[in-house]
Design a protein around this ligand. Structure first.
Ligand code: XIL
Length: 369
């Protein structure tokens, strides 16, 4: 029998154990645990744990959650005197059970309103709606939800205020009122203003002015949510970085709340394109119906790597980075802005396998630690 050096044996065993345990703990949330929360948006089925494979993936990879739809006003407040908290209760219980950071999305938004809300025409009725809606929902989950999107998408692309049903009935005071009502209902919860494209200079200037105004009028704003529905080539890392710096200079937290990166052609880039009109079923607009070519897979991985490299550089200013969906099959970008396409915007594919994008995000941490 050959002599086995006990020292070599011990070291080899240790190495094997540490390698295998490393493999087991490898996940986005663990890799970034000292930096910021890594979140995902959950569908109604995922909240109810309907697919066991998806459920284990969610628990393994993410430590923060957002409800993709079920907390929006049309679902949670379908009639004037009726709230439906069945799924919202399950959502909060899911987060608690799995010790996740629970985000509330969203209180005041012009989209996905219940039909009865769209009919509100005067300021008295709208004021009453806002007070009842915000107070009821925020108090119900007081101390259990960590942060709320109080107002979502109040701005136009040029930074002016969107002519929403809220602005039309109440004027800009509605913004201050919304933040005041939310703070009154739960003084400890973090309150966010959330919007898309607010890393673009004009809209960013509008968002900064808006946040300053709300604060000056006595509203409590704890953070800004940059949605992050981005593309392979834009926005530039420079503009994202400027945004992180300028928003955090207001003394608020910066979160990336709905991150995904489309790899498909955008109808708005085609001059004169009429969105949603002639593109459904068009091969030109849905170039990868079966699989994503390696070249684009690599571009997506590089794009995610440069974005997360920037996030790490400013981790002291960033509270949370949440992907808008668990995997490509679930992404809203398969149906927006054109229905029925196959998009690949997330780190996991429709089979729940991790993509090169996932590896590139993890790789950034492997190099450092
Ligand atoms: C999207 C959901 O992902 C879709 O399922 C739904 O049909 C429409 O809304 N900005 C937001 C999110 O704040 O709530 C939107 O979510 C995507 C854009």
């Amino acid at each position: 029998m050959k002599f086995i050096n006990p020292y070599v044996f011990a070291v080899a065993t240790l190495l094997m154990v540490s390698c295998s345990s490393k493999k087991e703990t490898l996940s986005l949330k663990d890799a970034y645990k000292n930096d910021f929360y890594i979140g995902t948006a959950l569908s109604a089925d995922q909240i109810q744990g309907k697919n066991t494979k998806e459920d284990s993936l969610i628990k393994k990879e993410f430590n923060a959650i957002t409800a993709e739809n079920i907390m929006k006003s049309m679902f949670v407040h379908p009639q004037k005197d009726k709230y439906n908290f069945t799924l919202a209760d399950k959502y909060v219980a899911y987060g608690e059970k799995n010790k996740m950071f629970i985000h509330g999305h969203t209180l005041i938004w012009h989209s996905q309103l219940a039909p009865w809300m769209e009919k509100i025409k005067d300021s008295t009725e709208m004021k009453a709606f806002m007070k009842d809606h915000i107070t009821t929902i925020v108090s119900k989950y007081k101390g259990r939800i960590g942060s709320w999107d109080v107002v979502n998408e109040a701005l136009n692309e040029d930074g002016t205020l969107r002519k929403s049903v809220f602005l039309n009935t109440l004027g800009e005071q509605y913004l201050v009122d919304a933040f005041k009502l939310a703070a009154k209902a739960d003084p400890k919860v973090d309150l966010y203003y959330n919007d898309y494209n607010i890393e673009d200079p004009a809209k960013r200037a509008g968002a900064i002015a808006l946040i300053k105004k709300i604060k000056a009028a006595g509203g409590k704003v704890d953070g800004v949510g940059i949605q992050g529905h981005w593309r392979l080539a834009s926005p530039s890392i420079e503009e994202i970085e400027k945004s992180i710096l300028e928003y955090s200079a207001l003394g608020i937290k910066v979160a990336f709340t709905e991150l995904d990166i489309t790899v498909l052609p955008n109808p708005w880039d085609l001059k004169g394109a009429d969105v949603n009109q002639n593109f459904e079923g068009s091969e030109k607009m849905n170039p990868y119906p079966k699989a994503l070519p390696d070249s684009i897979q690599n571009k997506l991985a590089e794009r995610y790597a440069s974005i997360f490299k920037l996030f790490l550089k400013h981790k002291d200013k960033i509270s949370r980075v949440t992907f808008w969906g668990v995997h490509d099959g679930q992404s809203w970008l398969n149906d927006w802005p054109i229905k029925g396409r196959t998009n690949y915007p997330l780190p996991f594919d429709a089979q729940l396998k991790h993509k090169k994008a996932y590896d590139s995000i993890l790789q950034l941490k492997a190099k450092k630690e």
